[in-house]
Design a protein around this ligand. Structure first.
Ligand code: GCU
Length: 435
């Protein structure tokens, strides 16, 4: 009897473990126990092709038309131009990261009146270099305390500063890091500060929750733009965090507003691309493994289809995007157009070869097609000889490493090489002999 009881208890206790293994196993088949093809010449080119007659025509007509088409068919309105104001700020740690910087926290309000939304921005300013300095703004899955590794930052849930102790759930975080890399929930703040960059971060779900029901509720009362529109998808709404961060920090004499990069991984990489495509204050975009609805083409693709993404994450996009799940031929745009709208500014597309779910091959073909916008505007677009020939100094830079979905040290080195090339004018000695 006792033996039987013990067996039942053991089985019940094992259930979460088995569930976890099942999730990982299914994710592996989806996230890629196979490899992305490195051949691009034998695959279809991006469709519809970009049609650009001249730089003037691109700037005056084609680019605004494409922005509007991407809003209509995929993302919904992108909330540019909303008023942002600083509610409060505080110095969190004047000797952050061993004295490399000062950590500050800002409470920012977007919009006005009853609709206004608030979120926290954590900002690390370098203290060992003379300003004004370049700024990198991150949008993340994780809260600011984890990203900045400071446990006194304000919790978005309680609105109270942390007690200085790391959150519980350490064992789970160990598993997450094992699967998705050691930088999945923290930023390389030391590296940024040592290079003389300020780094700001916000937790996207503090602006719009990342679950369908709660997201739709917040979107339905998101602050309206001057023309009365409001975002209808979370990917677009999250971009408001980048815009508001620039509104506040560009006015800070320690920041050089002409040197701003935005960074995002996966769903946040989709948002980073969109922000770059719609806000010319952004000089450089780092979009890592952004996949479907990001840098990867929607047509002829391995990995996640439009049908799958709108079913799994209906709140990320305008509800109208779902109609193309069964009728991709009718989709009048594709993701190379999103990338093209960043020209002539700079963009880095990060990829993992085993992250077939996000289709690294389709992202390269999108980058190739988007390059025409850079060429038309007299800037170097994609200047590399295939997917593995990483060139961090180009206008469109494409990077692929071995391994799957996540953020590992190799990714960070690629990001830093790209930022150095733009902000520090250095021709990086980045080792391209990988992969
Ligand atoms: C899922 C989703 C992707 C997304 C990714 C992420 O895998 O299907 O589209 O990019 O989550 O945000 O991690």
């Amino acid at each position: 009897m006792a033996g039987m009881f013990g067996k039942i208890v053991r089985t019940v206790l094992m259930l979460p473990v088995l569930g976890f293994v099942a999730i990982v196993a299914t994710s592996c088949t989806q996230l890629g126990l196979n490899y992305a093809s490195l051949e691009t010449d034998n695959k279809p080119a991006a469709y519809p092709p970009l049609e650009i007659t001249s730089a003037a025509d691109w700037t005056a007509t084609t680019a605004p038309d494409l922005r509007s088409a991407l809003e209509t068919h995929i993302f919904g309105p992108v909330p540019t131009g909303l008023p942002a104001r600083l509610i409060s700020s505080r110095v969190v740690d004047p000797r952050y990261k061993g004295g490399r910087g000062q950590l500050e926290e800002y409470l920012i309000e977007i919009g006005e009146g009853a609709e206004a939304l608030r979120f926290h921005l954590a900002v690390a300013f370098p203290t060992t270099v003379e300003g004004p300095v370049p700024l990198v703004i991150g949008q993340t899955f994780s809260q600011n305390d984890s990203v900045m590794e400071n446990w006194t930052l304000t919790s978005p849930f309680t609105g109270l500063p942390g007690d200085g102790e790391p959150d519980s759930g350490g064992a789970m975080m160990g598993v997450v890091k094992f699967i998705f890399g050691s930088y999945i929930a923290k930023a390389p703040t030391e590296d940024y500060l040592e290079r003389g960059f300020a780094f700001a971060n916000f937790y996207a779900a503090e602006l719009v929750p990342d679950r369908a029901g709660p997201a739709r509720a917040v979107l339905s009362r998101f602050p309206q733009m001057a023309d009365g529109r409001r975002p209808t998808g979370a990917v677009a709404a999250w971009a408001a965090g980048y815009f508001a961060a620039m509104d506040i920090l560009d006015a800070d004499p320690r920041i050089d507003p002409s040197q701003t990069a935005v960074i995002g991984h996966s769903r946040h990489g989709k948002s980073a691309l969109l922000a770059g495509a719609f806000d010319p204050r952004i000089e450089a975009v780092i979009s890592h493994q952004s996949g479907t609805g990001g840098a990867s083409l929607s047509r002829d693709k391995p990995g996640e289809t439009v049908k799958q993404i709108v079913r799994g994450y209906p709140h990320w996009f305008d509800p109208g995007y779902a109609a193309y799940g069964d009728d991709l031929d009718a989709l009048p745009v594709d993701q190379h157009m999103l990338i093209a709208l960043i020209a002539p500014r700079r963009v880095l597309l990060g990829n993992g070869r085993r992250d077939v779910w996000s289709d690294p091959n389709g992202a390269y073909r999108a980058a190739e097609a988007a390059s025409l916008a850079w060429q038309t505007l007299g800037a170097p677009g994609l200047v590399q000889n295939g997917m593995t020939d990483f060139n961090p100094g180009a206008g469109v830079s494409y990077f692929v490493r071995p391994g799957g979905h996540g953020i590992v040290r190799e990714d960070i080195d690629a990001f830093l090489a790209f930022l150095d090339a733009g902000f520090n004018g250095s021709t990086s000695s980045y080792d391209t002999a990988i992969r």
